[in-house]
Design a protein around this ligand. Structure first.
Ligand code: AMP
Ligand code: MG
Length: 359
Protein backbone atom coordinates (compact mmCIF):
# COMPACT_ATOMS: atom_id res chain seq x y z
CA UNK A 1 0.00 0.00 0.00
CA UNK A 2 1.21 3.50 -0.80
CA UNK A 3 1.02 5.82 2.19
CA UNK A 4 0.19 9.45 1.42
CA UNK A 5 2.12 11.96 3.47
CA UNK A 6 0.39 15.33 3.94
CA UNK A 7 1.93 18.30 5.73
CA UNK A 8 -0.64 20.50 7.46
CA UNK A 9 -0.15 24.26 7.44
CA UNK A 10 -2.78 24.98 10.07
CA UNK A 11 -4.70 27.29 7.72
CA UNK A 12 -7.92 27.00 5.69
CA UNK A 13 -5.99 25.46 2.76
CA UNK A 14 -5.81 22.23 4.82
CA UNK A 15 -9.54 21.76 4.30
CA UNK A 16 -9.06 19.59 1.21
CA UNK A 17 -6.64 17.30 3.10
CA UNK A 18 -9.13 16.85 5.95
CA UNK A 19 -11.88 16.09 3.46
CA UNK A 20 -9.77 13.32 1.92
CA UNK A 21 -8.71 12.00 5.32
CA UNK A 22 -12.36 11.88 6.43
CA UNK A 23 -13.35 10.01 3.27
CA UNK A 24 -10.59 7.44 3.86
CA UNK A 25 -11.95 6.78 7.36
CA UNK A 26 -15.54 6.39 6.15
CA UNK A 27 -14.34 3.92 3.51
CA UNK A 28 -12.65 1.82 6.18
CA UNK A 29 -9.05 3.04 5.77
CA UNK A 30 -6.46 4.21 8.30
CA UNK A 31 -5.05 7.72 8.86
CA UNK A 32 -2.33 8.72 11.35
CA UNK A 33 -2.93 12.15 12.85
CA UNK A 34 -1.32 14.52 15.37
CA UNK A 35 -2.71 15.06 18.85
CA UNK A 36 -1.35 17.05 21.79
CA UNK A 37 -0.11 13.84 23.48
CA UNK A 38 1.39 11.61 20.72
CA UNK A 39 0.41 10.72 17.13
CA UNK A 40 -2.63 8.45 16.82
CA UNK A 41 -3.45 5.78 14.23
CA UNK A 42 -7.09 6.40 13.40
CA UNK A 43 -9.86 4.27 11.94
CA UNK A 44 -13.66 4.28 12.11
CA UNK A 45 -14.32 3.40 15.75
CA UNK A 46 -17.82 2.12 14.99
CA UNK A 47 -16.55 -0.44 12.48
CA UNK A 48 -15.16 -3.72 13.79
CA UNK A 49 -13.37 -4.27 10.49
CA UNK A 50 -11.56 -0.92 10.75
CA UNK A 51 -10.46 -1.67 14.29
CA UNK A 52 -9.18 -5.08 13.13
CA UNK A 53 -7.10 -3.24 10.52
CA UNK A 54 -5.56 -1.03 13.21
CA UNK A 55 -4.41 -4.07 15.20
CA UNK A 56 -2.96 -5.61 12.04
CA UNK A 57 -1.11 -2.43 10.94
CA UNK A 58 0.50 -2.05 14.38
CA UNK A 59 1.08 -5.72 15.06
CA UNK A 60 -0.91 -5.10 18.24
CA UNK A 61 -2.46 -7.93 20.26
CA UNK A 62 -6.22 -7.74 19.72
CA UNK A 63 -7.01 -7.89 23.45
CA UNK A 64 -5.47 -4.43 23.85
CA UNK A 65 -8.41 -2.03 23.35
CA UNK A 66 -8.39 1.23 21.40
CA UNK A 67 -9.34 4.72 22.56
CA UNK A 68 -12.31 6.40 20.85
CA UNK A 69 -11.58 10.03 19.98
CA UNK A 70 -14.45 12.51 19.80
CA UNK A 71 -14.52 16.20 18.89
CA UNK A 72 -17.42 17.36 21.08
CA UNK A 73 -19.43 16.38 24.18
CA UNK A 74 -22.55 15.79 22.06
CA UNK A 75 -20.87 12.64 20.64
CA UNK A 76 -20.42 10.96 24.04
CA UNK A 77 -23.93 9.76 25.06
CA UNK A 78 -24.29 7.44 22.05
CA UNK A 79 -21.05 5.61 22.90
CA UNK A 80 -21.59 4.93 26.60
CA UNK A 81 -24.36 3.42 28.68
CA UNK A 82 -24.14 6.08 31.39
CA UNK A 83 -22.08 9.14 32.32
CA UNK A 84 -21.18 9.06 36.02
CA UNK A 85 -21.03 12.33 37.92
CA UNK A 86 -17.22 12.13 38.30
CA UNK A 87 -16.89 11.82 34.52
CA UNK A 88 -18.99 14.94 33.99
CA UNK A 89 -16.77 16.92 36.33
CA UNK A 90 -13.57 15.56 34.78
CA UNK A 91 -14.77 16.28 31.26
CA UNK A 92 -15.76 19.80 32.24
CA UNK A 93 -12.31 20.42 33.75
CA UNK A 94 -9.96 18.61 31.35
CA UNK A 95 -11.65 18.12 27.96
CA UNK A 96 -10.62 18.80 25.33
CA UNK A 97 -7.23 17.63 26.57
CA UNK A 98 -4.85 14.78 27.45
CA UNK A 99 -7.31 12.68 29.46
CA UNK A 100 -9.02 9.37 28.59
CA UNK A 101 -12.05 8.16 30.55
CA UNK A 102 -13.27 4.56 30.81
CA UNK A 103 -17.07 4.15 30.65
CA UNK A 104 -19.47 1.23 30.33
CA UNK A 105 -19.97 0.96 26.58
CA UNK A 106 -23.17 1.20 24.55
CA UNK A 107 -24.13 -1.43 21.97
CA UNK A 108 -23.02 0.95 19.20
CA UNK A 109 -19.37 0.27 19.98
CA UNK A 110 -18.16 -2.99 18.40
CA UNK A 111 -16.25 -5.53 20.51
CA UNK A 112 -13.19 -5.30 18.23
CA UNK A 113 -12.71 -1.65 19.27
CA UNK A 114 -12.77 -2.51 22.99
CA UNK A 115 -10.77 -5.73 22.79
CA UNK A 116 -13.90 -7.61 23.89
CA UNK A 117 -14.39 -5.57 27.07
CA UNK A 118 -17.79 -4.18 28.07
CA UNK A 119 -16.13 -0.84 28.81
CA UNK A 120 -14.91 1.76 26.34
CA UNK A 121 -12.13 4.37 26.53
CA UNK A 122 -13.03 7.86 25.25
CA UNK A 123 -10.91 10.98 24.80
CA UNK A 124 -11.53 14.43 23.36
CA UNK A 125 -8.18 15.73 22.09
CA UNK A 126 -7.48 19.48 22.04
CA UNK A 127 -5.09 19.56 19.07
CA UNK A 128 -6.82 21.60 16.34
CA UNK A 129 -5.75 19.11 13.63
CA UNK A 130 -7.22 16.20 15.62
CA UNK A 131 -10.44 18.15 16.09
CA UNK A 132 -10.74 19.00 12.41
CA UNK A 133 -9.91 15.45 11.35
CA UNK A 134 -12.52 13.89 13.64
CA UNK A 135 -15.17 16.35 12.46
CA UNK A 136 -14.28 15.67 8.83
CA UNK A 137 -14.66 11.92 9.38
CA UNK A 138 -18.05 12.35 11.07
CA UNK A 139 -17.55 9.22 13.20
CA UNK A 140 -15.66 8.62 16.45
CA UNK A 141 -12.04 7.79 15.61
CA UNK A 142 -10.60 4.67 17.23
CA UNK A 143 -6.92 5.36 17.72
CA UNK A 144 -4.07 3.87 19.64
CA UNK A 145 -0.61 5.44 19.34
CA UNK A 146 0.67 5.31 15.75
CA UNK A 147 3.71 3.10 16.38
CA UNK A 148 4.47 -0.54 15.72
CA UNK A 149 3.54 -2.49 18.83
CA UNK A 150 6.38 -2.44 21.37
CA UNK A 151 8.07 0.67 19.94
CA UNK A 152 8.00 4.06 21.70
CA UNK A 153 4.90 6.12 20.88
CA UNK A 154 5.53 8.55 17.99
CA UNK A 155 5.84 12.23 18.80
CA UNK A 156 6.56 13.35 15.21
CA UNK A 157 5.20 12.38 11.79
CA UNK A 158 8.70 11.10 10.97
CA UNK A 159 8.41 8.54 13.78
CA UNK A 160 5.07 7.42 12.34
CA UNK A 161 6.60 7.07 8.90
CA UNK A 162 9.49 4.98 10.28
CA UNK A 163 7.01 2.50 11.73
CA UNK A 164 3.96 2.53 9.44
CA UNK A 165 4.98 3.66 5.94
CA UNK A 166 3.33 1.26 3.47
CA UNK A 167 0.95 -0.12 6.14
CA UNK A 168 -1.64 2.70 6.33
CA UNK A 169 -3.38 5.05 3.87
CA UNK A 170 -2.32 8.48 5.06
CA UNK A 171 -0.15 10.36 7.56
CA UNK A 172 -1.11 13.92 8.58
CA UNK A 173 1.98 15.86 9.66
CA UNK A 174 1.10 18.55 12.19
CA UNK A 175 4.60 18.99 13.64
CA UNK A 176 5.95 17.62 16.93
CA UNK A 177 3.46 16.67 19.66
CA UNK A 178 3.34 19.24 22.46
CA UNK A 179 3.21 16.92 25.46
CA UNK A 180 5.03 13.86 24.16
CA UNK A 181 3.50 11.26 26.55
CA UNK A 182 0.18 9.45 26.21
CA UNK A 183 -3.02 10.59 27.96
CA UNK A 184 -3.87 9.98 31.61
CA UNK A 185 -6.38 7.09 31.63
CA UNK A 186 -9.01 7.20 34.40
CA UNK A 187 -11.58 4.51 35.10
CA UNK A 188 -14.79 6.20 36.24
CA UNK A 189 -16.89 3.04 36.33
CA UNK A 190 -16.08 2.39 40.02
CA UNK A 191 -17.13 4.33 43.12
CA UNK A 192 -13.60 5.79 43.47
CA UNK A 193 -11.94 6.84 40.19
CA UNK A 194 -8.77 4.89 39.39
CA UNK A 195 -5.81 6.08 37.30
CA UNK A 196 -4.94 3.19 34.99
CA UNK A 197 -2.12 4.99 33.19
CA UNK A 198 -0.39 8.14 34.51
CA UNK A 199 -0.06 11.03 32.06
CA UNK A 200 0.17 14.78 31.77
CA UNK A 201 -2.73 15.32 34.16
CA UNK A 202 -1.38 14.16 37.51
CA UNK A 203 -3.13 12.55 40.45
CA UNK A 204 -2.79 15.77 42.48
CA UNK A 205 -4.90 17.78 40.00
CA UNK A 206 -7.51 15.00 39.86
CA UNK A 207 -7.75 14.80 43.66
CA UNK A 208 -8.17 18.56 43.91
CA UNK A 209 -11.23 18.17 41.72
CA UNK A 210 -12.69 14.87 42.96
CA UNK A 211 -11.31 14.08 46.40
CA UNK A 212 -9.85 10.57 46.57
CA UNK A 213 -8.44 9.08 43.36
CA UNK A 214 -6.57 5.77 43.31
CA UNK A 215 -3.61 4.70 41.21
CA UNK A 216 -3.93 1.18 39.77
CA UNK A 217 -1.45 -0.92 41.74
CA UNK A 218 -0.11 -2.42 38.54
CA UNK A 219 1.24 0.96 37.33
CA UNK A 220 4.42 0.67 39.35
CA UNK A 221 4.53 -3.08 39.90
CA UNK A 222 7.04 -5.10 37.91
CA UNK A 223 5.36 -7.71 35.68
CA UNK A 224 7.08 -10.40 37.77
CA UNK A 225 4.94 -9.38 40.75
CA UNK A 226 1.91 -10.63 38.88
CA UNK A 227 -0.43 -7.69 39.53
CA UNK A 228 -2.88 -7.64 36.63
CA UNK A 229 -3.27 -4.10 35.22
CA UNK A 230 -6.80 -2.83 34.56
CA UNK A 231 -5.66 -1.25 31.28
CA UNK A 232 -4.76 -4.33 29.23
CA UNK A 233 -2.11 -2.39 27.29
CA UNK A 234 -0.08 -1.76 30.43
CA UNK A 235 0.91 -5.43 30.67
CA UNK A 236 2.88 -5.47 27.44
CA UNK A 237 6.56 -4.80 27.03
CA UNK A 238 6.74 -1.30 25.72
CA UNK A 239 8.92 1.54 24.60
CA UNK A 240 12.05 -0.57 24.84
CA UNK A 241 15.08 0.56 22.83
CA UNK A 242 17.32 -2.19 21.42
CA UNK A 243 19.98 -1.11 23.92
CA UNK A 244 20.14 -2.71 27.33
CA UNK A 245 18.95 0.18 29.45
CA UNK A 246 19.36 0.47 33.22
CA UNK A 247 17.59 3.09 35.28
CA UNK A 248 19.79 4.34 38.12
CA UNK A 249 17.96 5.68 41.17
CA UNK A 250 19.04 7.21 44.49
CA UNK A 251 21.35 9.88 45.86
CA UNK A 252 24.54 8.49 44.31
CA UNK A 253 23.14 7.90 40.83
CA UNK A 254 25.62 10.17 39.03
CA UNK A 255 28.65 8.46 40.62
CA UNK A 256 27.28 5.03 39.74
CA UNK A 257 26.51 6.08 36.17
CA UNK A 258 30.05 7.46 35.71
CA UNK A 259 31.53 4.17 36.90
CA UNK A 260 29.21 1.85 35.00
CA UNK A 261 29.24 3.86 31.76
CA UNK A 262 33.05 3.95 31.77
CA UNK A 263 33.14 0.19 32.26
CA UNK A 264 30.66 -0.56 29.45
CA UNK A 265 32.36 1.82 27.02
CA UNK A 266 35.81 0.39 27.81
CA UNK A 267 34.38 -3.08 27.23
CA UNK A 268 33.88 -1.92 23.65
CA UNK A 269 30.12 -1.40 23.78
CA UNK A 270 28.55 1.74 22.33
CA UNK A 271 27.30 3.39 25.49
CA UNK A 272 24.80 6.17 26.16
CA UNK A 273 23.91 8.17 29.25
CA UNK A 274 20.41 9.60 29.59
CA UNK A 275 20.85 12.75 31.66
CA UNK A 276 19.45 16.24 32.22
CA UNK A 277 20.58 19.82 31.50
CA UNK A 278 21.44 20.21 35.17
CA UNK A 279 23.67 17.12 35.33
CA UNK A 280 25.18 16.70 31.86
CA UNK A 281 28.39 18.55 32.75
CA UNK A 282 29.22 15.83 35.26
CA UNK A 283 29.54 13.30 32.44
CA UNK A 284 31.03 15.31 29.60
CA UNK A 285 34.70 15.06 30.78
CA UNK A 286 34.32 11.26 30.84
CA UNK A 287 32.81 11.23 27.34
CA UNK A 288 35.80 13.24 26.06
CA UNK A 289 38.31 11.06 27.87
CA UNK A 290 36.79 7.85 26.48
CA UNK A 291 36.56 9.37 23.01
CA UNK A 292 40.28 10.16 23.12
CA UNK A 293 40.93 6.50 24.05
CA UNK A 294 38.86 5.39 21.03
CA UNK A 295 35.77 4.29 22.97
CA UNK A 296 32.22 5.48 22.50
CA UNK A 297 30.16 7.28 25.15
CA UNK A 298 27.36 9.59 24.07
CA UNK A 299 25.25 11.88 26.27
CA UNK A 300 21.51 12.20 25.65
CA UNK A 301 20.03 15.15 27.44
CA UNK A 302 16.32 14.59 28.16
CA UNK A 303 15.53 18.13 29.30
CA UNK A 304 15.53 20.24 32.45
CA UNK A 305 14.82 18.74 35.88
CA UNK A 306 13.38 22.12 36.85
CA UNK A 307 10.84 21.66 34.01
CA UNK A 308 9.57 18.03 33.96
CA UNK A 309 7.40 18.80 30.93
CA UNK A 310 10.55 19.34 28.89
CA UNK A 311 11.61 15.78 29.78
CA UNK A 312 8.21 14.32 28.84
CA UNK A 313 8.40 16.18 25.54
CA UNK A 314 11.73 14.63 24.48
CA UNK A 315 11.68 11.19 26.09
CA UNK A 316 10.19 9.03 23.32
CA UNK A 317 12.28 10.75 20.65
CA UNK A 318 15.42 9.90 22.62
CA UNK A 319 14.40 6.26 23.05
CA UNK A 320 14.20 6.06 19.24
CA UNK A 321 17.47 7.99 18.89
CA UNK A 322 19.35 5.30 20.85
CA UNK A 323 18.44 2.78 18.15
CA UNK A 324 19.34 5.15 15.31
CA UNK A 325 22.75 5.76 16.87
CA UNK A 326 23.37 2.05 17.38
CA UNK A 327 23.69 2.45 21.16
CA UNK A 328 24.08 -0.93 22.91
CA UNK A 329 24.02 0.06 26.59
CA UNK A 330 22.23 2.96 28.28
CA UNK A 331 22.65 4.20 31.84
CA UNK A 332 19.71 6.44 32.63
CA UNK A 333 19.17 8.94 35.41
CA UNK A 334 15.79 8.83 37.14
CA UNK A 335 13.53 11.84 37.68
CA UNK A 336 11.29 13.19 40.44
CA UNK A 337 7.79 11.73 40.67
CA UNK A 338 4.62 13.79 41.09
CA UNK A 339 2.59 15.45 38.36
CA UNK A 340 3.89 14.48 34.95
CA UNK A 341 7.04 13.09 36.63
CA UNK A 342 5.02 10.01 37.65
CA UNK A 343 4.21 9.38 33.98
CA UNK A 344 7.83 9.93 32.93
CA UNK A 345 9.07 7.39 35.49
CA UNK A 346 6.35 4.89 34.55
CA UNK A 347 7.48 4.98 30.89
CA UNK A 348 11.19 4.92 31.81
CA UNK A 349 10.82 1.85 34.05
CA UNK A 350 9.04 0.04 31.26
CA UNK A 351 11.60 1.15 28.68
CA UNK A 352 14.32 -0.22 30.95
CA UNK A 353 12.43 -3.53 31.22
CA UNK A 354 12.46 -2.88 35.01
CA UNK A 355 16.26 -3.11 35.09
CA UNK A 356 16.81 -0.73 38.00
CA UNK A 357 19.96 -0.02 40.01
CA UNK A 358 19.41 1.58 43.40
CA UNK A 359 22.29 3.61 44.87
P1 AMP B 1 -2.49 3.55 23.27
O1 AMP B 1 -3.36 4.67 22.83
O2 AMP B 1 -1.67 2.92 22.20
O3 AMP B 1 -1.61 3.99 24.38
O4 AMP B 1 -3.44 2.42 23.81
C1 AMP B 1 -4.62 2.66 24.51
C2 AMP B 1 -4.50 2.33 25.97
O5 AMP B 1 -5.81 2.45 26.53
C3 AMP B 1 -4.04 0.91 26.24
O6 AMP B 1 -3.16 0.89 27.35
C4 AMP B 1 -5.35 0.21 26.57
O7 AMP B 1 -5.15 -0.92 27.38
C5 AMP B 1 -6.13 1.31 27.28
N1 AMP B 1 -7.59 1.06 27.19
C6 AMP B 1 -8.36 1.22 26.11
N2 AMP B 1 -9.64 0.84 26.36
C7 AMP B 1 -9.67 0.44 27.65
C8 AMP B 1 -10.70 -0.06 28.50
N3 AMP B 1 -11.95 -0.23 28.09
N4 AMP B 1 -10.36 -0.38 29.78
C9 AMP B 1 -9.10 -0.21 30.21
N5 AMP B 1 -8.08 0.26 29.45
C10 AMP B 1 -8.35 0.59 28.18
MG1 MG C 1 0.50 2.83 22.49
Amino acid sequence: MKTRFCRLSGGPEDEEIYREAGAIIREGGLVAFPTETVYGLGGNGLSGASSAKIYAAKGRPSDNPLILHIAGMEELPALVSDIPDAAKRLAEAFWPGPMTLIFRKSSLVPPETTGGLDTVAVRMPSHPAAQRFIRAAGVPIAAPSANLSGRPSPTTAKHVREDLDGRIDMILDGGPADIGLESTIIDVTEETPVILRPGYIGREALETLLGKVELDRAVFAEPAQGVKPKAPGMKYRHYAPKAEMTLVEGAFAAEAILKEAAASARAGRRTGILCSEETKDRYSPLAEELGAEGFSLKLFCAGRRSDPESIAHRLFGLLRQFDEDGIEVVWAESFDEGGIGTAVMNRLRKAAGYRIMRT
